[in-house]
Ligand binder design. Structure first.
Ligand SMILES: NC(=O)c1ccc[n+]([C@@H]2O[C@H](COP(=O)([O-])OP(=O)(O)OC[C@H]3O[C@@H](n4cnc5c(N)ncnc54)[C@H](O)[C@@H]3O)[C@@H](O)[C@H]2O)c1
Length: 243
């Protein structure tokens, strides 16, 4: 498969490594130095594009791919407030899009376990629930897209939580029991830690995932590009992994 990379940073480099190891070819690398010169017609050389850039650039890159008719796998997070308009554009262009806050198999298992646990916990109001995430200090969005997906999975299933609120670990805790806290922390060199914690007066239950490196995200993104290559429509990681 001929792959176009949007973003040749930490993720772009490891995606290249994984893609080559699976017999694919990287036909174009687009980053800030050449992005402005790229026109939709230039993308015709690729079977699929993989986009891992930054929250501010994701939508323009996705639109360019949809305009060019090239299926696109998006890993960038921090733009989902505009997800509905992006889905609409994909629909109008009869395009192919995969988006996911996290492409790792392990985190997608955590997402599925999180929903089951939340369904059980709906009947046990003595437990307070929090989501915690830790990432490296270069991460631009907070809380992480993965933490928001976990929070959404809890809010869908627990009647006593009406929404979520982000909480910097270094600031005093906001008090609003109807809102689920997503506590975020930034530490050098951490690829990603996510935890869901239920605490009562008698015990605590935790489910968590820690990425030791970025390979799991890259592997999942390449699997997603193999999945979307000959399909139309909008998909997310649960459509691919099916847990
Ligand atoms: N979904 C997932 O599984 C997953 C996993 C890891 C990271 N991420 C997300 O992916 C994104 C990238 O992560 P990273 O660690 O590789 O970041 P990074 O900063 O190391 O790399 C981003 C690259 O994108 C480039 N870039 C910026 N604007 C651009 C534009 N307009 N067009 C093309 N390239 C541009 C930058 O120059 C840089 O080289 C972040 O949003 C991060 O949160 C998602």
């Amino acid at each position: 498969m001929k792959i176009i990379l949007f973003g040749y940073g930490k993720m772009g480099h490891i995606i290249e490594e994984v893609a080559l190891s699976r017999g694919h070819e990287i036909v174009m690398k687009i980053d800030v130095e050449n992005r402005d010169t790229i026109k939709p017609g230039d993308l015709k050389t690729g079977d699929v594009a993989i986009e891992f850039t930054a929250p501010a650039s994701a939508i323009a890159n996705i639109s360019l791919c949809l305009e060019a008719g090239v299926p696109v796998v998006v890993g960038t997070t921090g733009w989902y407030e505009q997800l509905d308009s992006v889905k609409q554009l994909a629909d109008e262009k009869d395009g192919s899009l995969v988006y996911a806050s996290n492409y790792s198999v392990g985190v997608n298992m955590l997402f599925a376990m999180n929903k089951i646990l939340a369904k059980w916990m709906n009947s046990y109001p003595d437990y307070n629930v929090e989501v915690e995430e830790v990432h490296h200090t270069q991460k631009l969005d907070s809380p992480s897209g993965t933490a928001i997906t976990l929070a959404d999975g809890i809010i869908e299933n627990i009647d006593r939580k009406k929404g979520w609120q982000k909480q910097d670990i270094n600031l005093p805790k906001a008090i609003d029991n109807e809102l689920l806290k997503i506590v975020f922390d930034r530490k050098d060199g951490v690829p990603g830690i996510h935890k869901v914690k239920y605490t009562s007066e008698i015990d605590e239950i935790q489910i968590s995932h820690e990425a030791f490196n970025r390979k799991g995200f890259a592997f999942g993104a390449v699997i997603a590009s193999e999945f979307i290559k000959d399909k139309k429509g909008v998909y997310t990681a649960s459509d691919i992994f099916g847990f």
